[in-house]
Design a protein around this ligand. Structure first.
Ligand SMILES: CC1=C(CCC(=O)O)c2cc3nc(cc4[nH]c(cc5[nH]c(cc1n2)c(C)c5CCC(=O)O)c(CCC(=O)O)c4C)C(CCC(=O)O)=C3C
Ligand SMILES: [Fe+2]
Length: 349
């Protein structure tokens, strides 16, 4: 075995009220988020007692991965480190070094390409290794998994289950609404080797989920959780504005499926279950939010499959449903925060 550990790398979230502001400071350092926006977001966290569900969701996922590894004879210890809150990745990498880990694979809890979703995790891994020093383990990030059946199938089943709770007499006026985290337009344009990859992968996932879950229903991909200063354009439409357009078009019922995420963290339980649900109520729309993969056994097994496919140099064990290009190691310069000046003149797709 070329690797001696797996490390799950996630966003991190506060676990008590006093954590909220220092956590937000870590997330937004150097990113120009207006103080008004930060105050609002702090309130969202305080609404849930200052506790984001994301860390417990990581603990649950790791316990499930460990059980799955053990049941399938994969002898690989699983570590956990976050980008923005404890356990911080640099502390985890130091512990891995102390435990004698030389080479590890990283599972980042984001399925897509793009700066925030992929490159930034790699930068955080590099920064954590640099902080630990020359004897830090080598850490290779596993591939983007937007089209893996272990990710697509739980989302599709969740959409089907959500649809089953709506009035069947209204199916003809029901819409699937897929959501993902908005990002600055410039960041979206710079994602992937030739641009536009974040949005293209999300469109592919939406199509794969919709065709399994409800091929008879129309669907849209829209955006949530916009941040940043108002003068910077981010991907639109926002899910709340989109619900208003749908209601005006005669749609009566919506299933909102957060395909941009793997678990029901704060962006889901606040931005969708609280805010978007209130928007739907105001508009008189029947609203149901589809579940995220969480610890679905297919999703848990996917993590093991990503490890084993990486160990198979011929790539014959790779399971995927999509047709967009896939790779193990991101090309240099891929997924920058904004288009590189030398590429501004070239066409983006
Ligand atoms: C693409 C993407 C994902 C999906 C990929 C992935 O999952 O990694 C994601 C996930 C998440 N985003 C999260 C939280 C936050 N994101 C923020 C700010 C931002 N997100 C961005 C993008 C993304 N974010 C961007 C471009 C910014 C602007 C600042 C910057 O350029 O970095 C802020 C600052 C305040 C604000 O919202 O303005 C917070 C608090 C949480 C934790 C939830 C919890 O605690 O349960 C999670 C999982
Ligand atoms: Fe975010």
């Amino acid at each position: 075995m070329a690797y001696d550990a797996l490390v799950l790398v996630s966003f991190g979230g506060p676990e008590r009220p006093d954590d909220v502001l220092p956590f937000l400071a870590n997330v937004t350092r150097g990113r120009g988020i207006p103080p008004e926006r930060l105050a609002q977001v702090a309130e969202h966290y305080q609404h849930f007692g200052g506790v984001s569900p994301i860390n417990q969701q990581c603990r649950d996922l790791i316990a499930a991965i460990e059980a799955d590894f053990a049941a399938n004879g994969l002898d690989l210890p699983v570590y956990w480190g976050n980008r923005n809150w404890h356990p911080m990745l640099a502390d985890t990498v130091a512990k891995m070094r102390d435990d004698g880990v030389r080479r590890a694979l990283a599972f980042a809890t984001s399925a897509y390409g793009g700066y925030s979703s992929c490159r930034q995790y790699q930068e955080d891994i590099a920064a954590a290794r640099a902080a630990v020093g020359p004897d830090a383990p080598v850490i290779d990030k596993l591939r983007q998994f937007w089209d893996h059946p272990g990710f697509v199938e739980p989302h599709a089943e969740a959409v089907r289950n959500a649809l089953a709770t709506l009035d069947p007499a209204r199916r003809g006026s029901t819409r699937l609404v897929f959501t993902a985290h908005s990002v600055p337009v410039a960041m979206a344009a710079a994602s992937g080797p030739e641009g536009g990859r974040y949005e293209a992968q999300l469109r592919e996932t939406a199509q794969l989920v919709a065709e399994v879950a409800a091929p008879d229903l129309p669907y849209d991909l829209v955006w949530q959780s916009r941040s940043g200063p108002p003068h910077v354009p981010w991907l639109e439409p926002d899910v709340n504005d989109h619900l208003a357009v749908l209601a005006a078009d005669g749609v009566t019922s919506v299933v909102v499926s957060p395909i941009g995420f793997i678990s029901d963290h704060l962006e889901v339980v606040w931005d969708l279950d609280t805010e978007a649900a209130a928007t739907a109520e105001r508009l008189g729309l029947d609203f149901v939010r589809a579940a995220t993969p969480g610890t679905d056994p297919r999703f848990v097994s996917m993590v093991r499959e990503l490890v084993t496919e990486r160990l198979d140099p011929a790539g014959t064990t790779r399971r995927r449903l999509g047709t967009l290009p896939v790779w193990d190691t991101c090309p240099a310069g891929c997924c920058q925060p904004a288009p590189r000046p030398d590429r501004l003149a070239s066409p983006q797709r």
